[in-house]
Write a protein that binds this ligand. Structure first.
Ligand code: ZN
Length: 190
């Protein structure tokens, strides 16, 4: 288990399309230690999720976990989740504007995410999953899976005026966003 350096916007690996993991590779030491490093690095940085290309490995593996997260105190909990070869399918056209941050990007910004999605993936034991995710949790899935396609929040931002450094977000935008998103979370239940 190693805390790895999180790659920052401008590093070409963040713009690569990550390569699928073959089912025969899932239990092997390369993928298993990649998963361990992703979990360690995500927790060390207080991230809600991390994709493999954020630590320089362009393979289709993401991890997510939200407990009592000081970076995102309004986020509903997500148990530790390892998703290999995740595929997302929107279930309808409902969108929500979310002010998102990213460990690879120095600014936050508002992006539009699907509220209801179906996710299919394989976990680190090789077990296949087919689940429905909603709300902010669905947003986190879409954010992490974007990384695997080389897409960052700067590509998806709906209004460039929403870009904000973290400290400026706290000062000028946090209260309004948290009020709106807390009402949203209560409505959709996640
Ligand atoms: Zn990110």
């Amino acid at each position: 288990m190693t805390v790895r350096t999180v790659r920052r916007i401008g590093d070409p690996v963040l713009r690569e399309r990550a390569v699928e993991v073959d089912t025969t590779e899932v239990g092997g030491p390369e993928i298993q230690s990649l998963i361990d490093d992703l979990i360690d690095t995500m927790r060390h940085a207080n991230g809600a999720g991390l994709a493999a290309n954020q630590i320089g490995i362009a393979r289709r593996v993401v991890v997510m976990e939200v407990g009592d997260n000081p970076r995102y105190p309004y986020k509903p909990r997500i148990p530790l989740t390892v998703a290999i070869n995740p595929v997302i399918e929107p279930l309808d056209d409902e969108l929500v504007d979310i002010n998102e941050g990213c460990l690879s990007v120095p600014v936050r910004g508002v992006v539009a995410r699907h509220v209801n999605i179906r996710v299919r993936y394989v976990d680190r034991e090789g077990v296949e999953h087919d689940e429905v995710k909603r709300g902010l949790t669905a947003g986190t899935w879409q954010h992490e899976c974007d990384h695997l396609d080389g897409v960052l929040i700067v590509d998806r931002v709906v209004d460039t005026h929403s870009f904000s450094e973290w400290a400026e977000f706290e000062t000028h935008h946090r209260d309004q966003f948290v009020e709106r998103i807390t009402a949203f979370v209560q409505r959709v239940g996640s």
